[in-house]
Design a protein around this ligand. Structure first.
Ligand code: KIV
Length: 264
């Protein structure tokens, strides 16, 4: 049996220049399927607000929803590293350690939080308690109001330099890796080369140590798919075909056929 993937495995992969692969997952059956693959990490992302719960943005989910979905993923016992996303207002106020601790008690191997150098102290506090932290810089969707929407970050020189400062500050604070979202690829490359911890990118080009996608985007299940997300299959089409066939067979009296019921 293959070994459990840990934060150490992520660091080793960077040293060996092996690409790291991550996907989001929010439920038991998906985590079960993932556990049979060579994927490295599962993020129970707050993107569940939109892709699972049909909410408008990630500000609308809290610890209760995140724990509910984390529990489902943990029950699948995947060998992949499980990272729990800290939702809006779960770490900006005084409760960061308590909430990160809750995730760890529920079986997360690490937590992720959005933000750069302004959250260095929060990161230090969580890491000091023994909980690995993944950073998240660039487009941080929980700050879309301040950022003026969902846009590519790093257009100006000052934005680019801030991204580098954020990445460095997070590394110094003790994160084991950092997600870089929707950032120009040349900047993600600069950051990746300047850090000894792995960068995991989404919409930030090929020069990172790893990639992450929202699984609903990869499977073709999303209502809205950002330009940088590749759909590897059109499950929406496949599922709707299956449902239509079922409806037709019931209406035509073809389902259930003999093998699907018992006669006394
Ligand atoms: O919540 C999420 O899915 C994420 C990824 C986009 C990195 O934070």
């Amino acid at each position: 049996m293959l070994e459990k993937i840990t934060v150490k495995s992520f660091l080793k992969k960077k040293e060996r220049k092996e690409k790291i692969t991550m996907l989001t997952a929010y439920d038991y059956p998906t985590a079960k399927i993932i556990s049979l693959t060579e994927l490295d990490g599962i993020l129970v992302g707050d993107s569940l607000a939109m892709v699972v719960l049909g909410l408008e943005n990630t500000l609308k989910v809290g610890m209760k929803e995140m724990l509910h979905h984390l529990d489902a993923v943990v029950r699948a016992k995947p060998r992949q590293l499980i990272v729990a996303d800290m939702p809006f207002l779960s770490y900006e106020t005084g409760d960061a350690l308590k909430n990160a601790g809750l995730f760890a008690k529920h079986g997360a191997d690490a937590v992720k939080l959005e933000g750069g150098e302004e959250f260095s102290d929060v990161v230090k506090k969580i890491v000091r308690a023994g909980i690995p932290v993944m950073g998240h810089i660039g487009l941080t969707p929980q700050r879309f109001l301040r950022l003026g929407g969902y846009r590519t970050i790093g257009k100006t020189e000052s934005e680019e330099e801030q991204l580098l400062r954020d990445a460095k500050a997070l590394e110094e604070a003790g994160v084991f890796s950092v997600v870089i979202e929707n950032v120009y690829s040349s900047i993600a490359k600069r950051i990746t080369e300047s850090l000894s911890i792995p960068t995991i990118c989404i919409g930030a080009g090929p020069y990172c140590d790893g990639q992450i996608l929202v699984i609903h985007d990869l499977l073709g299940l999303s209502d809205f798919k950002p330009y940088f997300a590749k759909a590897y299959i059109d499950l929406k089409e496949i599922i709707s075909k299956a449902i239509s066939e079922y409806v037709r067979e019931v209406k035509e009296g073809k389902f259930p056929s003999k093998e699907y019921y018992k006669e006394k």
